[in-house]
Write a protein that binds this ligand. Sequence first.
Ligand SMILES: Nc1ncnc2c1ncn2[C@@H]1O[C@H](COP(=O)(O)OP(=O)(O)OP(=O)(O)O)[C@@H](O)[C@H]1O
Ligand SMILES: [Mg+2]
Length: 321
Amino acid sequence: MKLQENTLFAGRYSLRHILGKGGFSEVWLADDLPTGLLIAIKACVESSADEAAKRAKAFAAEYALTFSLRHENLLLPIFFEVYQDIPCLIMPYCEGGSAGRLVGKLSEQEAWKMMRDVASALDYLHSLEPPLVHCDVKPGNILAGPGGSYLLADFGICRKMNPLTSATEAPERSVGTPAYMSPERFVRGAAPAKASDIFSLGASMYELLTGSAPFGDKGGIQLHKGADLLLIEGDRSPALKDLIMRCLSKDACSRPSAAEIKSAAIAELADKPPAPTNKLRLHLPPILARLNNYQLMLAAWAILAIACLSIIACIALLSSR
Ligand SMILES: Nc1ncnc2c1ncn2[C@@H]1O[C@H](COP(=O)(O)OP(=O)(O)OP(=O)(O)O)[C@@H](O)[C@H]1O
Ligand SMILES: [Mg+2]
């Protein structure tokens, strides 16, 4: 079945338009008729019966794995269902879309905010018992959330870590997006670990700042082949460039933890004054700075009136002598 605009899906979602396509799914914007909310539907369409059954299993597993997670920087599915053989996940809609549209355009301030938010989400996942490794951190899976925050999405290949071996179960086949995958993930039978997510965050930030992923589509395997990583050019701060380059270390142990990245980003953002706005900012005494524009205007008129009355009083006093 092909999804179409302005049709009803699963008896309650009125489809508006397609938001994007992934490897095996389409994401649609829809109105949830009973609640009036805008939602996003990730649906596995136009696949064979076998593939649809596999996807249904994978979506159900993703929904179950993420069901009890709670973090302000995670975008989690709200609901899973299969409608007319189409498996789908219902998600909150993010109006700002994915960070994919910011490639090559990210400002220093936004870069620190994204590092802070994605590292916060990873720190939460990596600190669970047993820890979870996301395994697919990339700009397409970082969405612009409410209030200028960034959310980590898509838990389709997220893995639980084995507490004894400190590694995840090895995936059945090589899964993930090669351009953002760490060197160790290209080793046959190797299982992704926390530091692999950090490499992927570094590769995403590198692409967002420079316009291309560190080794193009080839990913971290190039480090095994002796390739050099080009330095990040441009007028970014040394602190930002250095942190991203540390995330991209060949040696997993040399990469910072998610908690370290989060703290570094929070400290950087606390140091920086808020971005200038177009509004004219007057340096007022603290008591006046708390007033709104209307109150300021009233205060100005009152001061003017008092000044005029004082002048009139002075003139009257002088002329009476
Ligand atoms: N909740 C959402 N709100 C708004 N846009 C979304 C949402 N989820 C996904 N999108 C958009 O749809 C696109 C496709 O998402 P999808 O997860 O299917 O693919 P992908 O992440 O690009 O690739 P992959 O198949 O590897 O996951 C995203 O890049 C994003 O632009
Ligand atoms: Mg995705």
